[in-house]
Design a binder for this molecule. Structure first.
Ligand code: 8X3
Length: 258
């Protein structure tokens, strides 16, 4: 028989990088699923606007400005909660698409800091609260870049392999505790910012990523998957879920209509 639905005490969901894209869509969908969502991101105005929109729609939503790489700030944030039901580690992203031979070490460092150390910071700080809830879920939003490489993937591929290994190792280490560790690995997702950030605001380069691809995944597609995994009965751990658009067979094999 399935374990009972989570109790109210485990219904707070923290989403990092909730200011846009997958994070914002996930916050919306978890709110609709009944979670009390806590939206975190560096851009205060955006998360406040989304929290207000959700609150007006009758949901429980709170915005908290947070840089996931700032451990002192993360610890202070964690101190505000007794228990947390869900942590969605979504903050991160890519910088550059240079070959290893010429990639900027500063970009590599930033990507490791945001994608890996950011996830580590939040997970370490909130783990006691997730355990305390009696039914916690840690979601790591990695990427297909965490499961295979591609030319020009460079520091992003390296960092996402780090996120993947963090999730896998944590799952081993906390087995027996009432916390699931779920990794969601999306492939090509067209959001307003991912490719634009990667290419330093160059819209042409950003558009080229999706050129001719019939239907890249949307932020909502990924958010639905995250929400589905989180809302499985407590004994069901979705270890790893890889999702790609139908037009993408692998990191390097994409069907493009001319
Ligand atoms: C995004 C997927 O292919 O741009 O996480 O690395 S990819």
């Amino acid at each position: 028989m399935a374990t009972a639905a989570p109790s109210a005490a485990s219904r707070i969901a923290v989403v990092t990088g909730a200011s846009s894209g997958i994070g914002a869509a996930t916050a919306r969908q978890l709110a609709e699923a009944g979670y009390r969502v806590v939206l975190t991101a560096r851009r205060k105005d955006r998360i406040e606007a989304l929290a207000e929109e959700l609150t007006k729609a009758g949901h429980s939503a709170l915005a908290y400005q947070l840089d996931v790489t700032d451990r002192a700030a993360v610890d202070e944030f964690a101190g505000a909660f007794k228990t947390i039901g869900v942590l969605v580690n979504n903050a991160g992203g890519a910088l550059g698409a240079d070959p290893v031979a010429t990639g900027d070490p500063a970009d590599w460092r930033t990507m490791y800091e945001t994608n890996v150390i950011g996830t580590l910071n939040l997970t370490q700080a909130l783990l006691p609260k997730l355990i305390e809830s009696g039914d916690g879920v840690v979601v790591v939003v990695s990427s297909t870049a965490g499961h295979g490489t591609y030319e020009g993937g460079g520091g992003y591929v390296a960092a996402k392999h780090g996120s993947h290994v963090l999730a896998e190792t944590l799952r081993l280490e906390i087995v027996g505790k009432p916390v699931r560790v779920v990794e969601i690995a999306p492939g090509m997702v067209k959001t307003e910012e991912f490719a634009l950030t990667r290419f330093g605001g160059d819209t042409q380069k950003a558009e080229k990523v999706y050129q001719g691809v019939a239907e890249p995944l949307t932020a909502d597609d990924v958010a639905e998957t995250i929400t589905w995994a989180v809302t499985r009965p407590s004994h069901v751990n979705v270890d790893l879920l890889v999702l790609r658009p139908r037009a993408q067979a692998s990191n390097t094999k994409v069907h493009r209509e001319s």
